[in-house]
Write a new protein. Structure first.
Length: 105
């Protein structure tokens, strides 16, 4: 009766998928205040939290390269430092938001 086992597994898998879809629907009903604009705003916050430190690093590096010439490109090094700081900041923001969402459930 391998066909019955296969059919039972398929049915259980289907039931799990339906259960997950229902959980997502209920969560969406609870969070009606989160519209597409919330998602776009979050996308903007994440983008600016990466771009701003990167551009600050470029500006400071450019100034250091002009004021104190050396064999090393401070612009490039500080750009990468700013990018790393921005990525860590964005990651922390996303982690905080997802923890906040999990605590509401």
């Amino acid at each position: 009766m391998p066909e019955n086992n296969s059919l039972e597994r398929s049915q259980k898998q289907f039931q799990k998928q339906i259960g997950k879809a229902e959980q997502r629907r209920l969560a969406a009903q609870k969070n009606r205040d989160r519209s597409i604009w919330f998602g776009l705003g979050a996308f903007g916050v994440i983008g600016w939290s990466v771009v701003t430190p990167t551009l600050v690093g470029v500006a400071i590096g450019w100034w250091v390269d002009r004021a104190y010439p050396s064999h090393y490109s401070w612009t490039l090094m500080l750009m990468f430092c700013g990018l790393a700081i921005g990525c860590v900041t964005a990651w922390q923001w996303i982690t905080t938001e997802s923890q906040r969402d999990d605590s509401k459930k």
